[in-house]
Unconditional design. Structure first.
Length: 92
């Protein structure tokens, strides 16, 4: 069996995958998503995700919708308290 050469790092193992530096660098290649959506992975407290799943069940909504509503409520509350949100690339 031949010896593997890993000198190229993880990118070479993954076929030269480039890592996105900001949301504008990310391209939606998932055909099941809308153009305004992106698939994201988060680490979430187990109890909180179980409660979100329960809300989803009892409200007869997809968890995607419940999470979107939670994000929207958080963003609206933040804006009400702190004013408009400036994106990092808009900073002076």
């Amino acid at each position: 069996m031949s010896k593997k050469n890993f000198k190229g790092g993880f990118d070479s193992l993954l076929g030269g995958v480039e890592h996105a530096k900001s949301s504008s660098d990310i391209h939606n290649t998932d055909k099941t998503l809308k153009k305004t959506e992106i698939r994201a992975t988060f680490i979430v407290d187990l109890e909180k995700i179980e409660l979100m799943k329960s809300i989803s069940f009892w409200q007869r909504k997809k968890i995607k919708k419940v999470v979107d509503e939670a994000f929207s409520a958080y963003i609206e509350a933040y804006i009400a308290k702190n004013g408009q949100i400036k994106k990092p690339e808009e900073a002076d």
